[in-house]
Design a protein around this ligand. Sequence first.
Ligand SMILES: *Cc1c(COP(=O)(O)O)cnc(C)c1O
Length: 387
Amino acid sequence: MKHELTRSRIFLSPPHMSGNELKYINRAFESNWIAPLGPNVDEFEKEIASYVGVRGAVAVSSGTAAIHLALSILGVTKGDIVFCSTLTFVASANPILYQDASPVFIDSEPETWNMSPIALEKALVEAKATGQMPKAVIVVNLYGQVAKMDEIISLCNLYNVPIIEDAAESLGSTYKGYASGSFGDFGIFSFNGNKIITTSGGGMLVSDNLAALEKARFLATQAKDPALHYQHSSVGFNYRMSNILAGIGISQLEVLNQRVNSRRSVYERYFKELSDIPGIYLLPELDQTFSNRWLTALCIEEESNIDILDLINMMAEENIEIRPIWKPLHLQPLFHGAKYFSHYKSDSISEKLFNSGVCLPSGSNLTEKEQLRVINCIKKAAKVKCV
Ligand SMILES: *Cc1c(COP(=O)(O)O)cnc(C)c1O
């Protein structure tokens, strides 16, 4: 009887192997390229660059490391200011602190949940007036949905501020036909275990600026000056990706489009079953964008009669992992005192989303049967008849 009560765990976004990974790992072993460089790394970089449509890529140990390198190359240093989306994972902004710079957080807008061009403009106008211009703007594409890049890029061009596109969650998404990650002066991806494809841990810095990427390679390998002996004149990092892990990445990239399709189907099923419940709103897909639907996120508002805490507890009992959406960074104790610009004068979109938003299990290996368990749980909480 007991096994009927213990239901298998449904994770938010577990790794999903293609089955081909060992082939490339073995290639690393056979050639003895067991190092943070080698043929798998070179190949993975070329393939990501070509997939995204940029001139070059540098494989690194994490998405966080890629953001840190971008900030270093843009010359962000002690006392500088960097703008950053507020509704995101802490990794988007931690590297600002590594550089002893100060983040200024920008609210979301309701259509994409990403950086509000209105709030960004307010922040830029004030920065200009006070002579405290940001050295960079970090724009995050949440849960696979690309931000309003046209508006954001024209503002940043007008004020001459470089963009770092945090596309950690949006590999495989497009905006007006161009790949997410290709819009900023730099783009970054993450291959952490929970992302749409994974190397178990890893990241990628991409750009059209090959000289800047050369500098990134230099900084990511301890900034060793060209000399016979070990010569160093700037601070470096040990940030390169292992040749073994790059092998996993090559094999995962082969199935990326399938992974995107699976996650989109997961979203479609949630949409079909849940969007009619009053008070439930799923993260929309902006016109002319294509989302990889990394995670299906929804807002549960009062009319739904669902108490979010109750729902999370019910899900825990059912052994299903759901999570509130990212807590806005301007509300984090870590960033206490940081400046914040909201979309509306007296109304903060990111805070509203945080108060009602949850992410549902969205893995590309989620079965329809498992998904039904999640859907029925939400319907039960909303007191809607289950299928
Ligand atoms: C995962 C993630 C990162 C960090 O990537 P790591 O590879 O885990 O360092 C950065 N930004 C966002 C938005 C992420 O979701």
